[in-house]
Design a protein around this ligand. Structure first.
Ligand SMILES: Nc1nc2c(ncn2[C@@H]2O[C@H](COP(=O)(O)OP(=O)(O)OP(=O)(O)O)[C@@H](O)[C@H]2O)c(=O)[nH]1
Ligand SMILES: [Mg+2]
Length: 499
């Protein structure tokens, strides 16, 4: 049971260490101290389950206390009220700090810490049973003692008797106000030896009706007789179940850790940016624009398609303004949703404009420019077309000048058609080759820039974002631990079964 607190405390400390300087040092120091305090307080009071016998004077609280402890420690008198100071019995340890905290006078402390004293009730170790003064006393101090202890005890056992179970103060001032703690309340109908079977059933039904009206319809009702000992086993069973359940000290400590975690979470964003391929592609495209890679690719295409060699455009040093803009757009994207200190850590992790310029230029330069010369066959095709054009010009001139007979014009026209087709084919081949080489170059530059962006921008950003997410997850788990309803339900149902 204690280990979940240790785990929670360790998780908060781990969260603080992963966050480093990104949680303000004064806040982190304060959180560390708070965790220590919560754990120290739990070690003082925790590990014990405090169960208090409460109820009106004469209902039989002290008698039941003596029955359960097999003693005559508590005062049972005929003068009402007879208990003036709380008594406590502790099973298994001394619990001096806790008893001091509860305000139990040293002379009013009974211990059950030897084998002999504990007898068959070994499994009550950790139980602190309190016999309180009456809540409805003519002595004012009594209800003050009760009121002070109610909030800090784990389980309240309200002892009622067949005469005063419907008492107005009991229901109005106490039970109704305690409906929020229904899982920590047990009602004992004592002195059932004074009732016959029908009377007992009638009182039981009426008592349950009143409890339902108080909003406590589900609480267990145990029938006992302090005089004959009937139902004491069922009462002990209730105590045993309470010891097995989570204590208020434990719950308080857990709530304390959850509060520390929640306050630390205010220094983190609710979420963090995600870096997907689309954003990486957009960034690479922007860097391609910055280096004028498009113009270079276009000149590769033209030079390959053209008949004569044209001067190739070469990659230019990237534009500083564009690269700076790419860098700041990236920073803006990945810092989105981060609180100031985490955003500062992100800035520190990302490269400077100089570095980004250098990295971009190096990536572009790493891709060699493709050759613009084309295959011989294609060049020969072009040569054939030129020869055919000269021959055709000769024939046309001959016909015009009358040297050549008209019939020769027919083969010339055919030749012209063939030459045209060849010219078209050669042009198509060169244009296609040009487009292919230009696209290949652009692709290679994009790949090199993608690697550069991955190393210079994506990796450092992801590392800060992952750290932020880790801290957030660690702390959110401590803050959002599920409430221990299982124990409470189990306690109520077993006690009901026992009654
Ligand atoms: N018949 C009967 N008498 C009981 C029973 N339990 C207690 N008594 C008697 O009722 C009287 C009051 O019992 P206590 O145990 O002192 O009652 P209490 O609730 O501690 O009273 P305060 O200390 O004044 O608040 C005593 O005379 C007991 O002997 C019971 O189950 N049946
Ligand atoms: Mg008493």
């Amino acid at each position: 049971m204690q280990s979940d607190l240790e785990r929670g405390a360790a998780a908060i400390r781990r969260g603080l260490s992963v966050a480093g300087a990104e949680i303000p040092p004064t806040v982190a120091a304060r959180a560390g101290r708070d965790v220590d305090d919560v754990m120290a307080r739990f070690r003082t009071t925790g590990g014990h389950t405090v169960v208090a016998l409460v109820g009106g004077t004469g209902s039989g609280k002290s008698t039941l206390f003596n029955q359960v402890t097999r003693s005559s420690f508590a005062d049972v008198g005929h003068v009402r009220p007879s208990t003036r100071q709380a008594s406590a019995c502790v099973w298994g340890s001394r619990a001096d700090d806790l008893l001091g905290y509860l305000g139990v006078h040293p002379r009013r402390r009974l211990f059950r810490d030897t084998m002999l004293e504990r007898g068959p009730m070994q499994d009550l170790d950790g139980l602190v049973l309190l016999d309180l003064p009456d809540h409805d006393s003519v002595v004012e101090d009594h209800s003050d003692q009760v009121d002070r202890l109610l909030p800090i005890v784990d389980v309240l056992v309200w002892v009622v008797d067949p005469v005063k179970y419907a008492d107005h103060i009991l229901h109005e001032k106490y039970l109704r106000a305690l409906r929020a703690r229904a899982d920590a309340i047990v009602v004992v109908l004592n002195q059932v030896d004074t009732l016959d079977m029908r009377g007992r059933a009638a009182v039981d039904a009426d008592l349950r009706r009143l409890l339902t009206a108080d909003g406590l319809g589900g609480v267990p009702v145990v029938h006992t007789s302090g005089l004959t000992g009937a139902g004491i086993d069922a009462l002990v069973h209730v105590l045993r179940t309470a010891v097995a359940a989570e204590t208020t000290a434990h719950r308080t400590a857990r709530a304390g850790l959850a509060t520390v975690a929640a306050s630390l979470l205010t220094h983190l964003g609710r979420t963090e940016a995600t870096i997907d391929n689309r954003i990486i592609d957009l960034t690479v495209t922007d860097l391609m624009h910055a280096t004028g890679v498009g113009a270079v690719a276009e000149s590769i295409e033209k030079a390959t398609a053209g008949w004569r060699d044209v001067a190739l455009a070469t990659p230019q040093p990237p534009s500083r303004a564009t690269v700076a803009a790419v860098g700041s757009t990236w920073a803006g994207r990945v810092k989105h949703a981060l609180p100031p200190l985490w955003a500062r850590a992100m800035d520190a992790a990302l490269p400077s404009v100089e570095t980004l310029l250098h990295v971009t230029a190096a990536a572009v330069e790493s891709v060699p420019l493709p050759a613009t010369r084309v295959d011989r066959a294609v060049r020969l095709g072009g040569g054939g077309v030129a020869t055919a054009a000269i021959a055709l010009a000769y024939v046309v001139a001959g016909v015009v000048l009358g040297w050549t007979p008209l019939w020769m014009a027919a083969p010339a026209v055919i030749l012209l058609a063939v030459a045209g087709a060849l010219l078209g084919a050669a042009h198509t081949v060169r244009a296609a080759e040009g487009a292919r080489r230009a696209a290949g170059y652009a692709r290679a530059v994009r790949a090199a820039l993608t690697v550069a962006v991955e190393n210079a921008l994506v990796r450092p950003a992801r590392s800060v974002l992952a750290r932020h997410r880790d801290v957030r997850d660690i702390l959110a788990e401590v803050r959002d631990q599920p409430l221990p309803t299982a124990h409470a339900t189990e306690r109520a149902s077993t006690a009901r079964a026992a009654s």
